[in-house]
Design a protein around this ligand. Structure first.
Ligand SMILES: Nc1ncnc2c1ncn2[C@@H]1O[C@H](COP(=O)(O)OP(=O)(O)OP(=O)(O)O)[C@@H](O)[C@H]1O
Length: 374
């Protein structure tokens, strides 16, 4: 079932939780709503479910206007972080609940409900646990039962609000993979809320990055990570170094370093570079001089804090622990750094970009000959 969201607004006591949201979700897509706390993710999910009436705008399920339909009429399945199962019911009865309360000719008989619950237990890989009570399950198993319960009504849309948020990191990771496989089997259009960028990037077909009730960018994992549309998206999807430079006649100048660029910007710019995209180059190559301040080994990475010689800006560098260049990361060492992949944005407070920023892959420093011509 495809979903179309048009100019949806919701204000709580003068606070705009949704400040005009437009989004199209294709049938069978797995979409992640990603953003910091308070950015409006849950409000948007609740609006889709029919749990939160909206002030303005339209929500369509397929060709039908669903804006004013009730939760039941929308036929959505949802799972929340603390979506408690019914404690006094067995797992099997919990899963069958949505079908057992149906009224009229749509209500399946008891045997059919039991049969459906068994199928779903198999799907969520909990066969054999149907007679248990929720208290006899682990956190991860409870959330899988909650998913089976949401799927029992054959929802047109599945809405998940941080369903694994309360679980520990390892279980979370396993369930994430499992959810992706489950989605591929069922093909139900799914909207998933998370504030965990890794979770969103690993799980979703497309990621919707939200900030202050608005959508900053919608794109595939590769698009939002490699072509972040705004400084906010760049910053939110991983760590970032920021420093100043200037664009003049197709050249990006950072102190003495000159890089070729086709950025539409001119004048002062902010350069955004991820720590692993700051390459350590030989002393004879063009680059920015820096001094290492501190070095830290974190799992498979070596991270160093350094200071740019020309203006004292602090930057972080990240290398794989297998990289022979880690030998150069010693406190006090002098390094030459080249921003290999970077984004250019107007300086803070400047006019926002109208087009996608120029995220440069494999920046080429201006060679001597170029400089002579310039
Ligand atoms: N019922 C409500 N009454 C008043 N304000 C609300 C209500 N629900 C949400 N808000 C406010 O609307 C804003 C958006 O909230 P929402 O829960 O959608 O954010 P979120 O992105 O899901 O955050 P989190 O990751 O913390 O759950 C917040 O500032 C929140 O305080």
């Amino acid at each position: 079932m495809e979903i179309s969201i048009r100019n949806v607004r919701k204000t709580f006591a003068a606070f705009p939780a949704l400040a005009g949201v437009d989004l199209d979700i294709a049938s069978g897509e797995l979409i992640a709503l990603l953003g910091p706390s308070g950015s409006g993710k849950t409000t948007l999910l609740r609006a889709l479910a029919g749990l939160e009436p909206i002030d303005a705008g339209q929500i369509k399920f397929g060709a039908n206007d669903a804006t004013h339909l009730s939760v039941q009429e929308r036929r959505v399945g949802f799972v929340f972080q603390h979506y408690a199962l019914f404690k006094h019911m067995t797992v099997e009865d919990n899963i069958g609940f949505g079908l057992s309360v149906r009224k009229g000719p749509d209500k399946p008989d008891k045997a059919a409900i039991r049969q459906r619950a068994q199928e779903l237990l198999e799907l969520v890989q909990l066969s054999g646990l149907g007679k248990r009570y929720p208290a006899q399950l682990s956190g991860g198993q409870k959330q899988r039962v909650a998913l089976a319960r949401a799927l029992a009504i054959e929802p047109r849309v599945l809405l998940l609000d941080e369903p694994f948020g309360a679980l520990d990191a390892k279980v979370r990771k396993d369930l994430r993979r499992w959810l992706r496989e489950l989605h591929d089997k069922t093909g139900v259009t799914t909207v998933f809320v998370t504030h965990d960028q890794e979770e969103a990037l690993e799980l979703a077909d497309r990621v919707v990055v939200m900030n202050r009730g608005r959508i900053e960018q919608v794109g595939t994992t590769a698009e939002v990570y490699e072509q972040p549309a705004t400084p906010f998206v760049f910053d939110f999807l991983g760590s970032v170094n920021r420093f100043r430079g200037e664009v003049q006649g197709g050249k990006l100048k950072i102190n003495g370093l000159s890089l070729n660029t086709d950025s539409p910007l001119s004048g002062a710019v902010e350069i955004y570079v991820r720590p692993h995209d700051l390459r350590i180059v030989e002393d004879s190559s063009p680059g920015l001089d820096a001094r290492v301040l501190s070095v830290q080994r974190t799992g498979p990475f070596v991270r160093a804090g350094a200071k740019l010689a020309h203006d004292g800006t602090r930057v972080d560098i990240e290398l794989s622990h297998l990289d022979p260049l880690t030998a150069a990361l010693v406190p006090g060492a002098q390094l030459r750094l080249l921003p290999a992949i970077y984004g250019l944005f107007p300086p803070e407070g400047g006019a926002p970009l109208k087009t996608l920023p120029d995220v440069v892959a494999n920046a080429v420093p201006e060679q001597r000959g170029d400089r002579a011509r310039a």
